[in-house]
Structures are given as C-alpha cells and as structure tokens.
Design a protein around this ligand. Structure first.
Ligand SMILES: C[S@@+](CC[C@H](N)C(=O)[O-])C[C@H]1O[C@@H](n2cnc3c(N)ncnc32)[C@H](O)[C@@H]1O
Length: 287
C-alpha cells in the first residue's frame, strides 16, 4: 500500500482514511480529466495524482492557497521562513499573537496566515462565522511550530509544488453547480464528489440541504460521466435516507469508520461510510 500524502491545509471531514478505498474503486486512465467539485483539503486528488485535474470548492481561502503556490506567490522556502518567524512570535507572545494573526487574516486573507491559523488553532479546525470570518479560537500550544513541525509542513508543501510542476492542475473557487455546468462534455471525465453531509457541521462555506443533494444527484445523472460520491450510510442513531432513495441507482462499497466523541472509550462510535459509483466494478470504458 502506498504511503498516504497528508496535505498542508486540513479541514473537517478530511478523507485521509478513505483514500485507499477510493483508490481501489476508481476507474480512471491517463486521458481522463479528474474533477473534484468539493476539494476541501485536496487529500483525495493529491493522492490519486491525475495528470489533468480541476479542483474546485466554494471556500476561497482553500483555492487561494493552492493558486498562490501555483503562481509561486508562496513557496516551500517562504513557508519555512514565515512559520519559523511567526512560530517564534507565538512562543513569545502566545494567545496575543494568535489573535493578531487571526485579525490580520480576516482583513487581508493572506494564504500564509491561513496556513498558520490552520496549524495553531483549536483542534486544527477551519470554521467561519456568518460574516465569513475565521473564528476558531487559539489551540493553546505556544511551542506549536517546532523545527520538526515546520519541516513536516514544508515537506507537504514541497510535494504539492512537485505535483504542480509536472501535472496540469487547475484550482477554482466556485459552487458545485457551476463546476458541473462548465465541463466540456466531449472530454473523458471522472468526477469525485465529497459534499458536506446533511445535518452535520454547518458553517459559512458548509451548508448543505435537501435541494443541494437532489441538484447534485440530477446533475451527475445528466452528465453521463463516470462519478464517485462519498457519503455516510448509517450510525448508531440514524440511517441516511438518500442512499436507498435518490442514489439507489448507484453501486455501493461501504467501510466502517470509528471516531471518538471525547476521550472515553465508551464514546467510541462507529459510522458506516460509503462510496457510491455509477459504473460497475469491471467497467473500464465509457458509460
Ligand atoms: C466534506 S468537505 C470535502 C472534504 C475533502 N474530500 C477532503 O478530504 O478534504 C466538503 C467541501 O465542500 C465545500 N462546499 C460546501 N458547499 C459547497 C458548494 N455548494 N459548492 C462547492 N463546494 C462546497 C466545503 O467548503 C468543503 O471544503
């Protein structure tokens, strides 16, 4: 099994653990354009390493970050000196420095400040309030940016820099409807969708409702391109009604995933997650 590459910006719902399942089930060859309308951290596409890709998301800060790497406005070298310098200020001034950077980010939206906040905020979450401002509190780790930690992040950036130098990857800030409407239908395309789950974690860039789920389903059906959708099937309390309803035409591969709510073992809950596909396991050519 290949080592899984973990991207520099982490988000809630990151699919690192599901990458092997996705890899085993995609039907993709070299000529395909990989389309990811909900890129989030990018962990899925970054591990698939398609030759050509369109990564999109409605969160401008994620997209700006990768476009800044593409245009070389930021680089692994700049990340190293920035995190070292800001990390020193964090260890000296703690909380005060964290909130200074948060305020600066909410004014100027600089990609390096975004990276700093993502790595020093509480639980490494990214969350935005109703005015679109980053509002995660301080993670209370003043020594966060140790030399080893900065090196780890710099290596993650280097991996993306390498991919950008050899592959044709585009990053666009747009709503999924726009991403799917703008596709060139004559192309060979594989679409991987990982929308927010209905009823879970809502913030400025992560609201999702019945209308969105149905619109996504009918657009994917109409496109008649090969697609894969990540979703949840059931947990201890609930079953996802959409899986056996609007997505019933798809093939389903499931995976049991464990997560903790708090620190106690008794709070270890399981969730059945799935990838849904509109192609058979043997299928290699067009639909
Ligand atoms: C579950 S996350 C994707 C996680 C990603 N697969 C990963 O492993 O990091 C969903 C993403 O969809 C984006 N999003 C939410 N609503 C959207 C919409 N209507 N159009 C496009 N992107 C949207 C969010 O900003 C978020 O990054």
């Amino acid at each position: 099994m290949d080592k899984i590459f973990v991207p520099p910006i982490k988000i809630q719902g990151i699919k690192t653990q599901i990458v092997p399942l996705i890899k085993q089930n995609i039907a993709l060859d070299d000529d395909f354009l990989w389309v990811e309308p909900f890129m989030g951290s990018g962990v899925v596409g970054f591990n698939i390493k398609p030759r050509r890709a369109l990564f999109a998301d409605n969160n401008p800060h994620l997209i700006n970050f990768y476009n800044a790497l593409k245009t070389e406005e930021i680089s692994s070298r700049k990340v190293k000196s920035f995190l070292t310098e800001q990390g020193n200020l964090l260890s000296k001034n703690g909380e005060e420095h964290y909130y200074l950077v948060r305020e600066r980010f909410n004014k100027f939206h600089e990609p390096l400040d975004f990276l700093f906040l993502n790595r020093s905020c509480f639980n490494g979450l990214i969350r935005f309030n109703g005015r679109g401002e980053f509002n995660v509190p301080y993670g209370h780790k003043p020594q966060r940016f140790s030399k080893a930690y900065v090196t780890k992040i710099v290596n993650q950036i280097r991996y993306v820099e390498y991919c950008l130098s050899v592959f044709d990857w585009q990053f666009r800030c747009q709503e999924f409807r726009e991403t799917l409407t703008d596709l060139d239908k004559s192309e060979q395309i594989f679409i991987y969708c990982d929308p927010p789950y209905i009823g879970r974690h809502v913030d400025y860039y992560n609201s999702w409702n019945d209308e969105d789920e149905r619109a996504l389903c009918s657009m994917l059906k109409e496109l008649k391109k090969r697609f894969m959708l990540s979703t949840w099937v059931e947990n201890k309390f609930r079953v996802n009604p959409y899986v056996e309803n609007i997505w019933a035409f798809c093939r389903k591969v499931t995976l049991e995933h464990f997560y903790h709510v708090g620190a106690k073992e008794i709070n270890r809950n399981s969730m059945i997650e799935a990838v849904l596909m509109n192609y058979s396991s043997e299928e290699k050519d067009g639909l």
